[in-house]
Design a protein around this ligand. Structure first.
Ligand code: G6P
Length: 371
């Protein structure tokens, strides 16, 4: 009903709007002012965590993209080797698991069959399993050794939005906690990263407040046959997520690519007028920003219509952007928390323009409980 949707046309719009809260609530109560993290509910001892020499993240759909994002943070902050794997592939490839492997599953619903089967398989192989989940008492956390709940609140729309941002935050808390336990990060460094995380709800709110430009763009691009998304580093999973949302909701062909792979294929798809979203890394990050600016230049010279997501003050992109979506300045690893938001709004709005049921896209289910 309209009341349940809180005045929004779709649950998805309501859930997109709830993201500042979802992120803040997932951070709430999990750290002290000096940055010391506490993940009380998680049921793995610090000794068990210190034993971990490899993390394998397993998930499906949008949760898998949260996992891809988390890999960058886990390896960077903890210096523990981390792999990410689709739940549907994991147990069929004979993965190497032992007591020192921590399998981290990510699931909004806690009921995805492939993810559950991955947990059972991992535990049979004696790996420890920690689940990041949004649904209290669901099957996945019940069958795991440990759990970190995301506090996004119930998600109704089939396409995950606030669940995704909360998952990224929960993964980052886990990464920082492991870094703390391992002694590779200390109080003030953790405190300053937590302080940055605590600023993101305001950044997300700004992306919501500036949603009108994205809605206008969706109206302009509603006739597109295909839309591409480029990103690198943590912008790569953001690009994949932007494309997934668009195909799920608007039934338009969409693909996400790692920008560094442009010359290995995607550039062949560039023709006059094809819309390409590009997620530009913060300038502080190595030379990734420069490299992606040159990608934008190349595709625009071949006729692409470029929609550039770049942080405030990045002027290098201006000459090559047909549309410019500004992002607040945040540390690189946190950029997905703000950059995903306009892509969610874009897909939702474009699908709406085409007259599709945004909350219940054809052929899709909120949770895939069969294989
Ligand atoms: C389905 C949903 C997606 C979700 C995926 C994984 O495909 O439509 O929104 O990301 O399942 O679900 P989970 O509940 O395990 O996160």
């Amino acid at each position: 009903s309209a009341a349940e949707k809180g005045g929004y046309e779709w649950f998805m719009l309501k859930e997109i709007a709830e993201q500042p809260r979802a992120v803040a609530d997932t951070l709430l109560g999990r750290h002290s002012i000096d940055g010391h993290l506490q993940l009380d509910e998680m049921r793995l001892s610090d000794d068990e965590l210190r034993d971990v020499d490899k993390v394998i993240i397993v998930a499906a759909g949008t949760s898998y993209y949260a996992g891809m994002t988390a890999k960058y943070a886990i390896e960077h902050w903890t210096r523990i080797h981390c792999e990410v794997e689709l739940a549907s592939e994991f147990r069929y490839r004979d993965p190497i698991l032992d007591r020192s492997t921590l399998v981290v599953t990510i699931s909004q619903s806690g009921e995805t069959m492939d993810t559950l089967m991955a947990i059972r398989y991992a535990r049979q192989q004696r790996a420890r399993v920690l689940s990041i989940c949004n649904t209290n008492g669901s099957t996945i956390p019940r069958e795991s050794d440990a759990v970190i709940y995301t506090h996004a609140g119930p998600e109704v729309a089939v396409a995950s939005t606030k669940g995704f941002l909360a998952q990224v935050v929960a993964c980052y808390l886990l990464a920082l906690y492991m870094a703390q336990v391992k002694g590779v990060k200390y109080g003030d460094e953790i405190a300053s990263l937590i302080a940055e995380l605590e600023k993101t709800p305001a950044g997300i709110q700004r992306m919501l407040d500036e949603g009108d430009q994205v809605r206008k763009l969706a109206a302009q691009l509603a006739g597109s046959r295909s839309i591409l998304f480029l990103g690198r580093h943590v912008g790569y999973p953001v690009a994949l997520e932007g494309a997934l949302k668009l195909k799920e909701l608007a039934y338009i062909h969409a693909e996400g690519f790692a920008a560094g792979e442009l010359k290995h294929g995607p550039i062949a798809l560039i023709e006059e007028g094809v819309p390409v979203f590009i997620v530009v890394p913060p300038k502080a990050r190595d030379q990734l920003q420069e490299k992606i600016v040159s990608n934008i230049q190349e595709i625009r010279a071949r006729g692409a219509r470029t929609i550039v997501l770049a942080e405030d003050g990045d002027m290098d992109v201006v000459p090559f952007a047909d549309h410019l979506i500004r992002l607040p300045k945040v540390p690189t690893l946190l950029q997905p928390l703000v950059a995903t938001v306009p892509l969610q709004i874009f897909a939702c709005e474009l699908a709406s323009q085409l007259g599709h049921d945004v909350d219940q896209p054809r052929n899709l289910a909120k949770s895939v409980t069969v294989e």
